[in-house]
Design a protein around this ligand. Structure first.
Ligand code: ADP
Ligand code: TRP
Length: 326
């Protein structure tokens, strides 16, 4: 069975972009792949400075994956820090990775341009190396992610090839990214990519009242109510599309042309659709979040499941590089 692997940073509660772009596709893959998914605490640490928030986020993400349908009997779900060998592999990869490659990373360039001294730490610079280690240490075949992670996957493949060429063997397996076209980049409240760093999030697992508030904040064009609204350029419609059938979309397009239909109506319709979609998940999520023992048990069993694979790959790379007695 081929292996699917992905990670998500412990920097808050999952948002709609995470859910549509990564969580749902990743969970769907558990039927046909051996699924390994983890909470990327080491990556979160490049910016997170609050240990309580870090732990709380790990629990929220674990509860969310379970509520959305991750089956811990089939899929392994674990903390990145349970497998400290990834930092060892990251070092081995660092030693075959040119600085120039990392200097071209979008995330590093953005952090540098933003000029936030505190966030331009060495962890941000070497982030892609650790991510490559995360992927390569499990002999992963596919990596379900949103579009924004494509450059990281390209770098991962580059590092694996370079490692293999340097030490003369097929030590590391080259993974393939898996991006779902329709949700490759889910737009946020302001139409830009939904992202924690833009503060434009919709958080579908929060209470309905808060969710409604977020939906009502979606930025729309300043069209007077008696004029027809343009659905093509509308953020509300872009999100509505992701939760409705083609008939419902046709109906909504017709609504946009009506003189008595405003963006407020469109937002209310979107809220109702999303709320209905997430209601059953939210109930499970709330129950799971309160059940720390179950969450910890899932995380521990997940770590145990993946350890044998880690052992095999690390033996291969240690032997390839001349570490230990050989
Ligand atoms: P964020 O990007 O909000 O900081 P993460 O980096 O932890 O969150 O992202 C976890 C996963 O969610 C990644 O696979 C990423 O590509 C995906 N993702 C994040 N935002 C979006 C989005 N707006 N559209 C599609 N996928 C997204
Ligand atoms: N960089 C990813 C993100 O920001 C999180 C991540 C860390 C990841 N390690 C990974 C994703 C390995 C896929 C595979 O979303």
């Amino acid at each position: 069975m081929k292996r699917s692997l992905s990670g998500i940073k412990s920097t808050g509660i999952p948002h709609l972009g995470n859910y549509l772009g990564m969580i749902r596709p990743a969970i769907d893959l558990q039927d046909d792949y051996e699924a390994f998914y983890f909470v990327a605490e080491f990556h979160a640490l490049t910016t997170e400075r609050d240990p309580a928030a870090m732990r709380e986020s790990t629990r929220m993400i674990t509860a969310a994956f379970l509520a959305f349908g991750l089956d811990p009997e089939r899929a392994a779900f674990f903390r990145q820090s349970s497998i400290p060998e990834v930092t060892e592999l990251a070092w081995l990869l660092s030693c075959v990775t040119n600085m120039g490659v990392l200097e071209r990373a979008h995330a590093y360039k953005a952090a540098k341009d933003a000029g936030v001294a505190n966030h331009l730490n060495h962890g941000v610079f070497s982030y892609p190396v650790l991510m490559a280690a995360d992927i390569l240490i499990y002999d992963s075949d596919v990596v379900p992610v949103g579009q924004d992670q494509i450059q990281h996957l390209e770098m991962t493949r580059l590092m694996a090839r370079h490692f293999n060429n340097t030490f003369g063997g097929d030590y590391l397996k080259l993974p393939e990214p898996m991006v779902r076209e329709d949700v490759a980049t889910v737009p946020g409240l302001d139409g830009r990519k939904m992202s924690k760093s833009y503060g434009n999030l919709i958080e579908p697992l929060t209470a309905p009242k808060k969710l409604r508030k977020q939906v009502m904040k979606i930025v729309t064009a300043p069209t007077p109510i008696e004029e027809p609204l343009d659905w093509e350029s509308c953020n509300v419609f872009a999100l509505y599309k992701l939760f409705s059938t083609s008939e419902e979309q046709a109906e909504m397009r017709a609504n946009y042309a009506r003189p008595d239909f405003g963006f407020g109506h469109a937002k209310q319709a979107l809220f109702e659709k999303m709320n209905a979609h997430f209601e059953p998940f939210r109930e499970k999520y709330d129950a799971l979040l309160a059940d720390t023992d179950t969450l910890e048990d899932v995380l521990e069993r997940g770590a145990q499941r993946v350890r044998p694979v880690v052992g095999e790959v690390m033996e291969r790379v240690r032997s390839a590089t001349g570490l230990g007695r050989g």
